[in-house]
Design a protein around this ligand. Structure first.
Ligand SMILES: [Zn+2]
Length: 227
């Protein structure tokens, strides 16, 4: 999860749809704009190629009973079906990644070791209820540890997501290793630096929160790629 900016103003069709009996919030260019605003990534897990995509209501609308929420542009988020299925549909409050004041990657520590079978470690860097709820959600999304021994479709989906995450982080870490090898010459370093920056400066980069944390946690990396 990273911070994103929701484009404004809201698509005009939402108000018109809200006034209808069976209006849809997927009117006009709503989906196109949500896809662009969230950089084509699930806002929860940051997977960029989910096969099932949902337009999720950040705050639940209770099967349309809450019309304001159902048609509120600022309540429409881009999520994969796996994450949408795990996020609770009650009034549990989470950090809102579209609020710039909710400093997602400063308040949450994202960690995965690039080895097979490793679990993801998400932890809170701030003592706050919203942070705790979001950390809990993220840990479930990546690890799904409700039932230690029970093998379920959700657990398998989390396993698959983790494999994709590990593959991505591995190739990112390989670039860093190569960059800092003594034998890497200057011209190769220029190419490698460009590739590394393509990962960390591009909001479309999958699992960016994990990559940013790898850079932030190391003084040499920080100096080289974030200054
Ligand atoms: Zn997801």
């Amino acid at each position: 999860m990273i911070n994103v900016t929701k484009s404004q103003p809201a698509p005009a069709c939402l108000e018109a749809e809200k006034a209808k009996n069976n209006g849809t919030y997927l009117c006009g260019d709503v989906f196109e704009r949500i896809h662009a605003d969230f950089h084509g990534k699930c806002y929860i897990c940051e997977h960029s190629k989910p096969t099932k995509i949902n337009v999720e209501h950040f705050k639940p609308h209770y099967q349309g009973k809450n019309l304001d929420r159902k048609f509120d542009w600022n309540n429409l988020f881009y999520a994969c079906a796996h994450c949408n299925g795990i996020k609770s549909s009650d009034e549990t409050e989470y950090l809102n990644c579209t609020y710039s004041e909710h400093k997602i990657t400063d308040w949450i520590h994202f960690d995965i070791k690039p080895f097979p079978k490793e679990l993801v470690k998400i932890s809170a860097l701030k003592d706050d209820e919203l942070v705790k709820n979001t950390v809990f959600l993220l840990n479930q999304v990546y690890n799904y540890q409700y039932a230690e021994s029970k093998f379920t479709p959700t657990k398998e989906a989390a396993n698959n997501l983790r494999k994709i995450l590990i593959t991505e982080i591995k190739s990112f870490v390989r670039l860093l290793e190569k960059y800092f090898e003594d034998l890497t010459d200057e011209s190769d370093k220029i190419v490698l630096k460009r590739k590394i920056l393509k990962h960390v400066k591009n909001p479309k980069s999958p699992f960016l929160a994990f990559k940013l944390r790898i850079i932030q946690d190391n003084y040499e990396y920080r100096k080289e790629f974030l200054s």
